[in-house]
Design a protein. Structure first.
Lengths: 357, 509
């Protein structure tokens, strides 16, 4: 039930060598319905119904605005993480890079630098953090899981070194308004516009460029990718740098949006972002998944959170419980589906006879 | 030629009647009819994708037939797992090695059936001794305690064979066991098969090398498009007849290389050395020339090819293309300089099994296919379809993962991927391994045609007729060294085998 390796919804139907057109059409319909994205859409609809029954405010422009704002940073980071995970790597340090970026912003602001100058510095710092991860993974050949568990602590620690327990709240209103405000009089927050732009960019990068093709190939079989002349190390390095840069951007966004820059922001965000990626149908083993799936998963997570927060009877702890259950489900689901298919494939022949045993 | 030892009257050890098996819309097996009798060595032949492996998987309990009957000793049975097949005395060697890379050879061979000592501990001594015995019987020098990871495809195949021989099977089924082996290993395997036959076992043998079929088999089952189309005694068949049954039309099976003008040297290998693997390898390949690299399994041929393409970094020496020296260990640079490399292990190195046929076939051409950095699946599919047609690929949809193709058709996708780069030098490591007679002739024709357009070809092959038929020059390796360079006129079975086994001095005699 995992999604196809990529945007395989290509329109050019290939004439098969053996089957009839009708059969082919049936195959396609089955494939489309069975796809992970379809399941996510169904779950989103179910959440809408549930949300509306919980509170009449649920299906309002206002709750979209606040709900999506809350998820802005996680959503941004999930985009870059999607590519990292499709390449069969992982980056657990993104939330710490976000914090480091925020801390750097605070410290430089205290030094009296203008924000226009600070923000590019933060992005470069994020890129450097990513490059450090990338170097440990590709240069020294260490597993990214271990590397980024280490840098998760390291970058967070650096953030405290940079700014300590302080927090900075006196950013200029022109910028904090941009962080918190909506886009040109609509109910869509600016941060969501930023997300949409990046989503398109990452979608194109993953699904329609040679780079994206390499990411899938590397995730599915690194050795064969190497034998095909793909630059495995360079691609992975680029992915870690991208993840670091986007995390730093998310650090800027969260600081402006909350008008607060500090070292303790975004604790645990990396897990929510990874949840969204896996829930979106990206295989933790690499080689499979789509940006569209991840966007749907983010939408689902946002809707669930909002519904629970709006409810007066359900405790907000349930957000975590439901999120955790969904994550387990998203890993378990495809496995179960595969087993069911397997069992059906292995069903006894049509004319079973009594065997000797 | 083998005498018909089989009596039609003898009860079949295993039998399939009207078995069918479909994968989705693909009917891989339609009329699966086959009986194996004691003392019989039966060949199963057919084109790539004819359904041979599917039939084998049904017999081995790996896949379940959709309908039809399976009988063991005349009793109807149903295998639920490979374990059931094994309990019924059926040993199967599958087409693609299925070994655990991190376990030792011995552990792989006895997997699931370890000899146990006191307190049910695994008796390592007994296990290694038993496996050593099997390897000796197959005449290979392999240490039972070394891990499988890093073994060549041929050695992995040997381990698979040892695994199948590790228990007293009454029925031995071998799906292209010889595809990766050279003459010497094949002979040993045949000796083992003959012993089994004398002890009343039944053997099913799949191969695309017809000369092997005629050497070892008593009877033959021919498959075409998923159905068994003929069941005959080998003595009543000729190779031409067999091919006609397989492909359903006349076909010339041999395609010797045409004579073409040999141009300037394109690929030059200069004193390439990799400690402990190969030493001081120097040769050149000219435009329009096909040079074969012959030798026994384990002589270091594949390793030389890998070093030339930059997968491994050699300890000394260098490679030149058109007089320009390539940096060591950089596949992309080698590729851009015009080298194409079809590696020996298609599952691990040649293909990304989970990606589609189109993605795999165009993987080396992604940049050329993209406009302004964007790559469309339309362009991808066009290029893939073009090569699929040229190589007569048998597929369902280009978007399907390559893992669903039959073995030979997978090999064609690897070929397509490199031919699509229009290389100046093409290095082929066992290019026709697992490819059927018709396509093999087609690949040979293609190689010859490409050479006539000035392509330089370096071909590693363990199949002597292929080497002798295709090569303008034959280089022979023995234990990491070049031991002979034979012109087309000088190369014959004897001279190549002598050099390959290290009897260099005697070549001249
Ligand atoms: N798991 C699968 N899913 C879908 N199609 C499959 C699968 N396995 C095999 N097929 C299809 O079934 C057909 C028969 O395949 P099979 O592997 O039995 O051929 P074969 O005779 O062994 O060929 P070869 O000589 O190339 O090994 C092919 O068309 C192949 O594409
Ligand atoms: Mg096969």
């Amino acid at each position: 039930m995992q999604p196809d390796t990529a945007a395989s919804a290509s329109t050019a139907a290939t004439p098969g060598t053996t089957d009839a057109p009708a059969q082919r059409l049936a195959d396609r319909a089955r494939a489309a319905v069975g796809r992970w994205e379809a399941l996510l859409v169904a779950l989103i609809l179910a959440t809408f119904i549930f949300g509306q029954s919980v509170s009449s405010e649920f299906l309002s422009a206002d709750s979209f605005t606040t709900g999506s704002l809350d998820l802005s940073e996680v959503a941004l980071m999930a985009l870059a993480l999607t590519l990292v995970i499709v390449a069969a790597e992982i980056d657990l340090s993104v939330a710490s890079v976000l914090a480091l970026s925020s801390a750097l912003m605070a410290a430089l602001w205290n030094q009296g630098l203008p924000l226009e100058f600070i923000m590019p510095i933060c992005l470069v710092a994020g890129a450097l953090c990513g490059a450090f991860n990338g170097w440990l993974v590709t240069g020294l050949g260490l597993p990214s899981l271990a590397v980024t568990i280490g840098t998760l602590a390291l970058f967070r620690g650096l953030a405290y070194v940079v700014i300590g327990d302080e927090s900075v709240t006196d950013f200029p209103a022109t910028w904090t308004d941009r962080g918190f405000g909506n886009f040109a009089g609509t109910f869509v927050p600016n941060t969501m516009v930023l997300f949409a732009i990046l989503a398109v960019a990452f979608g194109v990068l993953l699904h329609a460029t040679p780079f994206g093709r390499s990411v899938y190939a590397i995730g599915a079989n690194e050795e064969a990718a190497h034998f095909a002349g793909l630059r495995v190390k360079r691609v992975k390095m680029t992915l870690f740098v991208l993840a670091g840069t986007v995390a730093a951007l998310a650090g800027i966004v969260i600081s402006l949006r909350n008008s607060t820059a500090a070292a303790n922001v975004g604790l645990g965000f990396e897990l929510t972002a990874i949840t969204a990626v896996l829930l979106g149908g990206v295989s933790i083993f690499g080689g499979r998944g789509t940006i569209v799936g991840v966007i749907l998963a983010l939408f689902l997570l946002g809707a669930i959170q909002k519904a629970i927060l709006l409810s007066e009877t359900i405790s907000s702890y349930w957000v975590q419980i439901v999120t955790g259950a969904l994550l387990v489900g998203s890993v378990l689901g495809p496995n179960l589906a595969a087993r069911v298919t397997e069992a059906r494939r292995r069903r006894p022949p049509q004319r079973p006879k009594e065997g000797p045993r | 030629m083998a005498e018909g030892v089989v009596s039609e009257a003898a009860a079949a050890l295993v039998e399939l009647r009207d078995a069918t098996k479909s994968y989705g819309a693909v009917r891989a097996l339609r009329d699966g009819n086959l009986a194996l009798r004691p003392g019989e060595v039966r060949a199963l032949v057919g084109e790539n994708g004819a359904g041979k492996s599917t039939l084998v998987k049904v017999l081995g309990g790996v896949v379940r037939r959709d309908s039809g009957d399976m009988l063991v000793d005349g009793q109807s049975v149903d295998f639920h797992s490979p374990h059931d097949a094994r309990d019924a005395g059926i040993a199967v060697i599958y087409q693609e090695p299925t070994l655990f890379p991190d376990l030792s050879i011995a552990e792989n061979v006895v997997m699931g059936y370890h000899p146990l000592g006191s307190f049910k501990r695994i008796d390592r001594g007994a296990m290694n001794g038993q496996v050593q015995g099997l390897l000796d019987r197959l005449g290979v020098k392999l240490d039972p305690e070394r891990p499988v990871r890093g073994l060549s495809i041929a050695d992995q195949q040997i381990v698979e064979i040892a695994k199948a021989l590790s228990f007293d099977a009454r029925v031995l089924i071998m799906d292209e066991p010889t595809a990766a082996l050279s003459g010497a290993e094949v002979e040993r395997l045949f000796a083992v098969v003959r012993t089994l036959r004398e002890h009343g076992a039944a053997v099913l043998f799949i191969s695309h090398r017809l000369e092997e079929v005629f050497t070892i088999c008593d009877t033959v089952t021919v498959m075409r498009d998923g159905a068994v189309v003929q069941d005959a005694r080998i003595a009543d068949m000729t190779p031409d007849e067999m091919v006609r049954r397989m492909v359903g039309r006349e076909l010339s099976t041999l395609f010797p290389k045409q004579d073409t003008a040999i141009g300037a040297p394109v690929l030059k290998v200069h004193r390439l050395t990799c400690e402990g693997v190969f030493v001081d390898i120097s040769f050149s390949v000219h435009a329009g020339e096909i040079v074969a690299l012959a030798g026994l399994v384990g002589a270091g041929r594949s390793e030389v090819a890998r070093a030339i393409f930059g997968i491994d970094k050699p300890d000394a020496g260098h490679v030149e293309i058109d007089g320009r020296r390539l940096p060591a260990g950089k596949p992309l640079t080698a590729m851009r300089a015009g080298i194409g490399f079809v590696p020996e292990d298609r599952r691990q190195q040649g293909l990304v099994m989970d990606l589609s046929i189109a993605r795999n076939a165009t993987m080396t051409r992604m940049r050329a296919l993209s406009r302004l950095g964007i790559i469309g699946s339309g362009a991808e599919n066009r290029l893939a379809r073009e090569w699929a047609t040229r190589l007569r690929l048998k597929f369902h949809r280009l978007e399907n993962p390559v893992r669903f193709l039959s073995g030979g058709n997978q090999q064609k996708v690897v070929l397509a991927k490199w031919l699509a780069t229009e290389p100046k030098v093409l290095i082929l490591d066992e290019p026709t391994r697992g490819i059927d007679v018709g396509t093999k002739a087609e690949v040979h024709r293609l190689m010859s045609e490409l050479a006539s357009h000035g392509l330089a070809v370096l071909m590693i092959s363990s199949e002597l007729p292929e080497v002798l038929g295709m090569a303008d020059r034959v280089l022979v390796m023995h234990e990491g060294r070049l031991t002979a360079e034979l012109s087309r006129a000088d190369a014959d079975e004897e001279s190549v085998i002598r050099a390959a086994t290290g009897h260099v001095g005697e070549v001249a005699a």
